[in-house]
Design a binder for this molecule. Structure first.
Ligand SMILES: Nc1ncnc2c1ncn2[C@@H]1O[C@H](COP(=O)(O)OP(=O)(O)O)[C@@H](O)[C@H]1O
Ligand SMILES: [Mg+2]
Length: 371
């Protein structure tokens, strides 16, 4: 069983991105120029291949990046030719450059990988802290990602500082690479955790949800929407979870609707699947509701292999299955169901979510602890 992530169908109706800032903290000793070549054609959509037989109680959560290892990159032949011609980077080549910056890069094992990046562990010698390094090969990016989404990721991420958001430390540019250093999550991503350990008990999942809602509420209060909330973009630290991967963030003025379809289909709100303009803050709330569902059930609520209109009907009728061996309280169910309210205007905002019965006790506890 595999799943494909849908991250495509970008429309051009959003405002043009700011040009990529030259990176201030470059590796001086190795070439540091952007290659301005366009890397590919622009739009693509990857359709899901979640399999679900009628007998199954749901679709097991699967990593979208797993499929990207096996599936061919769905893009233009021009791009495919370019990719094979271009020399793929070897992370080992950057080890000494990192050393000169006071960081020891661990190239033996990747912490994870996404569609456009690989993430490594490193030690920051200035304080002996572990950090994570997101390595992005610019030659592998579509022009949309290179010119629009990556600049947004970096500029918005810099502004976000919150205990439940993975913090960006620095950015470096070398040859055709961008490196982003960030907080290191020792327990990996939440998808891997659920795959390895099964569903998370309701109480612990409620704590995680309240942390994520706090992080999201902070982003939204700065008018920044995440737009790609899913288990593999949530990182587990020793004592909390943090929202990560700001690759599809967007700063939105009041009342502005988004028209760019992004994120993963199985986490997408109905208004996105219907292809109408959507309020990205409320669709973030839907996606986080799906995260809550997956955490406690170890199942995806909707089979992303189905056509969009079919999924939308399932969403409207709340036709998802909670496995019979999973006991959930009414407070838990009503809370994720509320986040997955079909009509976006009736859905709670991220601030309203703090009042949900599954969430409030954890928020009160957090507030008491912080004094
Ligand atoms: N700070 C981190 N600590 C530990 N692992 C991480 C961290 N950031 C990312 N990862 C791992 O790397 C994967 C890809 O990172 P992500 O930022 O989501 O990249 P992409 O934008 O390419 O999806 C994550 O799903 C996770 O497994
Ligand atoms: Mg990711």
């Amino acid at each position: 069983m595999t799943t494909h992530e849908t991250r495509g169908m970008w429309s051009s109706r959003e405002p043009p991105p700011q040009p990529m800032r030259k990176l201030s903290d470059k590796f001086q000793s190795i070439g540091d120029v952007w290659r301005n070549s366009e890397s590919s054609g622009s739009m693509y959509t990857r359709h899901s291949t979640y399999s679900m037989t009628p007998k199954q109680t749901g679709t097991q959560p699967k990593s979208s990046y797993m499929s990207s290892r096996t599936a061919p990159h769905p893009t233009s032949t021009h791009h495919i030719r370019k990719r094979t011609e271009a020399k793929r980077y070897v992370i080992e080549d950057f080890r000494s450059a990192f050393e000169r910056k006071g960081m020891e890069l661990d190239t033996t094992r990747k912490l994870g990988r996404g569609k456009y990046s690989k993430v490594y562990k490193a030690v920051d010698r200035s304080n002996n802290r572990l950090i994570a390094v997101k390595a992005i090969d610019i030659l592998e990016l579509t022009s949309d990602v290179k010119n629009k989404f990556l600049p947004r990721e970096i500029s918005c991420w810099r502004k976000l500082k919150h205990p439940f958001l993975v913090g960006l430390h620095a950015q470096y540019e070398a040859q055709n690479m961008i490196f982003l250093t960030m907080d290191y999550g020792s327990q990996g991503d939440l998808l891997r955790y659920v795959q390895q350990h099964g569903g998370i008990n309701e109480s612990r999942a409620g704590l995680f949800m309240s942390q994520l809602i706090r992080g999201l509420q902070y982003m939204h209060s700065r008018r920044i929407a995440h737009r790609d909330i899913k288990l593999e973009n949530i990182i587990l630290f020793d004592s909390c979870v943090k929202l990560s991967d700001f690759g599809f963030v967007r700063q939105v003025e009041n009342q502005t609707l988004s028209h760019t379809f992004c994120g993963s289909k199985s986490y997408s709100a109905p208004e996105l699947l219907r292809g109408v303009g959507y309020n990205p803050f409320l669709s973030d709330v839907w996606s986080l509701g799906v995260v809550g569902f997956v955490m406690v059930t170890n199942r995806m609520p909707f089979d992303e292999k189905k056509p969009n209109n079919v999924i939308v009907e399932l969403q409207r009728k709340r036709q998802y299955v909670i496995p019979s061996n999973v006991y959930l309280s009414g407070n838990c169910i009503s809370s994720f169901e509320s986040m997955m309210t079909f009509e976006a205007e009736q859905r709670p905002t991220s601030t309203d979510c703090l009042e949900l019965p599954w969430i409030t006790p954890h928020i009160q506890m957090m507030n008491r602890r912080s004094g």
